[in-house]
Design a protein around this ligand. Structure first.
Ligand code: SF4
Length: 123
């Protein structure tokens, strides 16, 4: 028995509503996309959904106490709970430069966690 699932493509501002037809764990049809990017988006969302993660971590000796960070690329959605747990206990030390790598293999994803602002050392 096949089922359908609706999804909004966020690859561009048009925001096409995609209809995915599923047969068990297989994706058998995609419709509603106005361009081929929608097909790739639907396949990625169905088989390997990923998300960018932005958050903050503690920073010691800095002029502020929280450092904004983000993953350099989207990471698998299933890794988000582990990533949040790691972020909760992660601390770095000032000074930190914008774009500096905080963890090169964040949450075993092979994706780096980077600083999204510079923080000077407290004088
Ligand atoms: S399917 Fe193409 S046109 Fe539609 S939202 Fe996705 S990228 Fe944009």
């Amino acid at each position: 028995m096949s089922l359908t699932r609706k999804l909004t493509c966020i690859s561009c501002p048009v925001g096409c509503t995609l209809t995915l037809t599923l047969d068990g764990k297989e994706l058998t049809n995609i419709s509603g996309n106005q361009c081929p990017r929608g097909l790739n988006y639907a396949k990625d969302e169905f088989y390997n959904p990923k998300r960018m993660l932005t958050s903050t971590i503690r920073i010691e000796d800095g002029v502020i106490q929280q450092l904004p960070v983000r993953t350099q690329e989207p990471i698998p959605k299933e890794k988000i709970p582990l990533a949040m747990k790691i972020l909760k206990d992660l601390t770095t030390r000032a000074p930190v430069n914008l774009g500096e790598i905080i963890d090169a293999d964040f949450a075993d994803t092979k994706v780096a966690l980077i600083a999204t602002r510079s923080v000077k050392k407290k004088s």
